[in-house]
Every structure is written in C-alpha cells, then in structure tokens.
Design a protein around this ligand. Structure first.
Ligand SMILES: [Zn+2]
Length: 161
C-alpha cells in the first residue's frame, strides 16, 4: 500500500490507483466520462488540459498483449469513439496517445490533445512531458479547472450510448 495525494489534496492509501479509480473507490474530479464492463474513461485534472482523457482497463494488468480478444476489439472501438468526441465536441485537431508498461498504475492510455500553447515546448511528442508539467503547475486556476470540467461533461454526453 502507498499514499496517493489526489488533485484535491486528499490522501488515500491504495495498492493500485487505477484499480481504485476504475472500481469507484476513488472518484476522479469531473467524474466518470464513460465506463462499461471492460474500461473506464476519466480525466486526471491534476493535468488540467481540456479534453485530456485517460482510458483505463478495469482488469489489473500491465501489458498490451494481456488484453483479451474481446477487450482488444472494445479498446480500439472506444478509442475511436473518444477521439471522435474530442473532435466534434471540442474541436481538437491532433491527439497524442501514449501508455507505458513500467507503471505503478495498471493498463491505461493517455489521450492528450495538442494545443497551440504547447508550441513553446517544441513540436510533436517532444512537447508532451513539458506541456503536462506546465499544465499541472501553471494552468490550475479555478477558472481553467471549471472549463476542463465543462469539457468533461461534453465528452460524457457525446459518449452516451
Ligand atoms: Zn490495478
């Protein structure tokens, strides 16, 4: 078990933060964007970038080749639906996708929209990490977080079946 400090300052003890979130033990700020029996979609507002989405499996595993055939099909379909919603609801032109297997959380995909302000940190993927740090440290005003949550609501509505 380890302590995890949430964006709102609360400290929780969990074995795996992804398990805690996908099981509903820890509620992400802004709420659940989408969930089904296999996956859980939310935003980590510690990185208040409008339209940033985290897609986590509900099962606890780490590797891409551990997805079952059914999960793999659902995964791609869900990514496409989220990507479409980012475009139609938020006008997002480009998205960076990444996930890493050497994580203390379990299997989860980051979908990070590209914005013009990220250009100060370089082009394409080189801007990704500095942009996330910048968002966490310099974009956490109440007004921006409110806007980010508004974007979460739009994505949630778009993903209703
Ligand atoms: Zn887990």
């Amino acid at each position: 078990m380890r302590d995890i400090t949430l964006a709102n300052g609360d400290v929780v003890q969990v074995e795996c933060l992804s398990c805690a979130i996908t099981s509903g033990l820890v509620k992400p700020i802004g709420g659940v964007i989408y969930e089904d029996e296999y996956f859980h979609v939310h935003q980590d507002v510690a990185y208040p970038i409008p339209g940033l989405v985290i897609l986590a499996s509900k099962r606890h595993f780490y590797r891409m080749d551990e997805l079952t055939a059914v999960e793999a099909t659902r995964y791609i379909t869900l990514i496409q639906r989220i990507r479409g919603a980012q475009s139609t609801c938020l006008g997002i032109d480009h998205v960076y996708y990444f996930y890493n297997e050497d994580t203390t959380h379990h299997f989860h995909l980051w979908m990070v929209p590209r914005y013009e302000w990220m250009g100060q940190f370089g082009s394409s993927v080189e801007s990704l990490r500095p942009s996330l740090v910048h968002a966490r440290n310099a974009m956490n005003s109440a007004a921006n977080v409110t806007y980010v949550i508004d974007c979460i609501d739009k994505l949630r509505n778009a993903l209703l079946d």
